[in-house]
Design a protein around this ligand. Structure first.
Ligand code: HEM
Length: 135
C-alpha cells in the first residue's frame, strides 16, 4: 500500500503513533510534557500529512511554534530526534511502499533536520541573550 490516499495516511498515522507511544523515551514527551489529547492530535497529524503528500488544504497551524513550546518545557535531544525518525522509518518499512512512501520518508528527514537545527540555533540565541543580560 502506498501513501497516496487519505485512508492510507490515516492508517500510517495510527501505526506510527502506536509505535511512538510504546517507546518509554517518547511517550512522556507527548502525554506528559505536551499533554496531547490523541483524539484531537491524531487528526491534526493526518491533516498535516495529507497536505504534505497530497497537496490538500488540511493543515493551517504553525507546527514549528508548537515544537518550540514543547522544547521550552522539556529540551528535545538528539536521542528524541533519532527515535522519532526510527519509528517513522520502521512504520513505513513494515507497512507501506511506493513513490509517496519514499516522498514521506524524504520529507520527514528534511523537516526533522530543519526542526532540530532551528531549535538548536534558538537555544544558542537565547543563551547569548542571557549572557549579555548579565553585563
Ligand atoms: C524529536 C522529534 C519530535 C517530537 C518529540 C515531536 C513531538 C511533538 C509533540 C509533543 C507535539 C504536540 C504539541 C502540542 O500539541 O502541544 C507535536 C506536534 C506536531 N508534530 Fe511533532 N515531534 C517531533 C518531530 C516532528 C516532525 C519531524 C514532524 C513532521 C515531519 C512533526 C509533526 C508535527 C505536527 C504537524 C504537529 C502539530 C500538530 C498541531 O497542529 O497541533 N513532528 N510534535
Amino acid at each position: 500500500m502506498d501513501l497516496d490516499n487519505p485512508a492510507a495516511i490515516h492508517r500510517m498515522v495510527q501505526l506510527f503513533y502506536a509505535s511512538l507511544l510504546d517507546d518509554p523515551v517518547m511517550e512522556p514527551v507527548f502525554m506528559e510534557v505536551a499533554g496531547v489529547h490523541l483524539a484531537e492530535h491524531l487528526p491534526l497529524i493526518e491533516g498535516y500529512w495529507c497536505k504534505m503528500l497530497l497537496g490538500k488544504d488540511t493543515y493551517h497551524r504553525n507546527m514549528v511554534y508548537r515544537h518550540e513550546r514543547v522544547h521550552d518545557k522539556f529540551p528535545l535531544s538528539r536521542e528524541h530526534f533519532e527515535l522519532w525518525f526510527d519509528h517513522f522509518n520502521h512504520t513505513l518499512d513494515a507497512h507501506f511502499e511506493g513513490p509517496y512512501t519514499e516522498k514521506a520518508r524524504k520529507l520527514a528527514r528534511r523537516i526533522l533536520r530543519n526542526l532540530a537545527r532551528w531549535l538548536n540555533a534558538r537555544d544558542q540565541e537565547l543563551a547569548g541573550m542571557a549572557e549579555s543580560d548579565s553585563y
